[in-house]
Design a protein around this ligand. Structure first.
Ligand code: GH3
Ligand code: MG
Length: 456
């Protein structure tokens, strides 16, 4: 996986060093010697990741980071702060400035590539979701991410190790955030099951495990759709660097070196959980956007757009399998009068009631849609002509038996008219719906509150 990295440091030798390391691993590198230059480059060239030195004259790293995170064009680009080793406070300040991660100088190769790869992967996932629903951004659900908003939510870490406990990461240890529970598992298969069930928010894998190959567990987690996204932190000792490099290649999100540094632990846990929660939220709002595109918001029925896509598919399927299919057009009688007499809200209530009746009086495999104001279409696969009329009668009775209770206590009775058509060999979606609609028109002409079949 490659990426375009922007390296920012006021000291040219530092820039050159990082640039050489990254280029050797086939990353594309851009460089900037000041905060302002970095901001300009980031806006113009949209790098995948920014490595940002803290100590710079003029705009320092924190200020630069704040500006990047406040700009609509750059807020989504991950920023890694590069801090001096002894400046623990810088890490906290960096995360507060909105940084996504940090590296300490002198920068170790393993740490550098671990952070860059992990953030690149994270950015690819979020970019894809962001692009897939530009509408989501327009609706404001995906405005600038405040990852720190996720810090206080309860989370569970699953630690896979042969040890009974690793005191540094135990629940209640000094730097494990209070809202995080720690669960141990020494059986790798059980661990995989728990991850598949979505139990842990974050997985620690002890690379020193002997009862099971920890790298096999890493690849096992990354191999399946249901577990692929789980954030994994490897725990490695100094003499396990080779396994650690393999683990990072296999897609482990990050790592901790033993003896575990308490500050480091807190920061790693926090960044991984923030990212995981952010992805969760993106996915949820993506699902919601998808749903809004196909569901009518007032009634919860499918909308016209979904009918035209899914309905076309159902009809092609019926032609291929030579199975019957029936269509109903349903229209509420004198609905305009409901609105005129009782108001628009009462009208909406009637629409919801009727929709609920429609849904419950047909099969789950039938497709019930709101095609217009007070008009509905129902497509019923595997339904022969003889049954279609009976089903329409049942729908009619189901609606007519409802008395709608208005908010002021008044009640009103609602009736519908229904037109029925059955699939002909030459039919497409438009033609069968047209015949059902013509039948509906005759039901209206004939006095309403009745079912009429298409003309023989
Ligand atoms: P008919 O029995 O011939 O079908 O008469 P009708 O009054 O039901 O039909 P008409 O087409 O004359 O009027 C439909 C009315 O439905 C007009 C419109 O104001 C109302 N309507 C359409 N969409 C909505 C909606 O979402 N909410 C409400 N409350 N009314 C709606
Ligand atoms: Mg009507």
């Amino acid at each position: 996986m490659t990426a375009r990295v922007l390296v920012v440091d006021d000291l040219e030798p530092n820039v050159k060093l990082l640039e050489a390391k990254l280029r050797a691993e086939y990353f594309e590198v851009m460089t900037a010697l000041s905060g302002q230059e970095a901001i300009d480059l980031a806006i113009e060239h949209q790098p995948d990741i920014v490595l940002l030195d803290v100590m710079m004259p003029g705009l320092d790293g924190f200020e630069t980071c704040k500006i990047l995170k406040a700009n609509d064009e750059t807020w989504h680009i991950p920023v890694v702060m590069v801090t001096a080793l002894d400046q623990q406070a810088d890490r906290v300040a960096g995360l507060q400035a909105g940084a996504d991660d940090f590296l300490t100088k002198p920068v170790q190769d393993i740490a550098l590539f671990a952070r860059v790869r992990s953030l690149t992967r994270f950015k690819q996932m979020t970019d894809e979701l962001r692009h897939r629903h530009a509408a989501g951004a327009r609706m404001g659900v995906l405005s600038k991410a405040d990852l720190s908003a996720f810090d206080e939510k309860q989370a569970t870490i699953l630690v896979v190790t042969d040890e009974d406990s690793i005191p540094a990461i135990d629940q209640g240890s000094e730097h494990m955030p209070k809202h995080i529970s720690v669960v141990y598992e020494n059986d790798a298969r059980m661990a995989l099951e728990a991850i598949r069930r979505g139990e842990p928010d974050l997985v620690f894998i002890d690379l020193g495990m002997e009862s099971y190959d920890p790298l096999r567990l890493c690849s096992g987690i990354r191999a399946f759709d249901t577990t692929r996204m789980a954030p994994i932190l490897a725990i490695a000792s100094k003499d396990e660097t080779r396994q650690l490099v393999r683990a990072l290649d296999l897609g482990v999100s990050d790592y901790l070196m033993t003896p575990i540094d308490a500050q480091e632990l807190a920061a790693r846990v926090r960044t991984q959980i923030r990212r995981m929660r952010y992805l969760e939220q993106l996915r949820a709002s993506f699902d919601q956007t998808m749903e809004m595109a196909i569901i009518d918001q007032l009634t919860g029925l499918y909308n016209r757009r979904f009918l035209s896509n899914q309905g076309t598919r159902l009809i092609e399927e019926a032609h291929t399998t030579e199975e019957p299919l029936a269509a109903l057009m349903v229209d509420i009688d004198h609905f305009k009068m409901v609105n005129d007499t009782y108001g628009h809200d009462a009208g909406d209530l009637v629409l919801k009631e009727v929709s609920a009746r429609l849904t419950t009086s047909v099969r789950g495999s039938d497709l019930a849609c709101r095609t217009g104001g007070e008009e509905f279409a129902i497509l019923m696969p595997r339904t022969p002509k003889e049954s279609a009329h009976d089903i329409a009668d049942r729908v009619l009775r189901a609606v007519n038996s409802v008395t709608v209770k208005l908010s002021d206590g008044q009640t009103l009775d609602v009736t519908v008219s229904i037109g029925v058509a059955s699939l002909d060999r030459s039919d497409n979606l438009a033609t069968i719906l047209k015949r059902a609609d013509e039948a509906l028109y005759r039901a209206k002409q004939n006095g309403r509150n009745q079912v009429i079949d298409e003309a023989a």
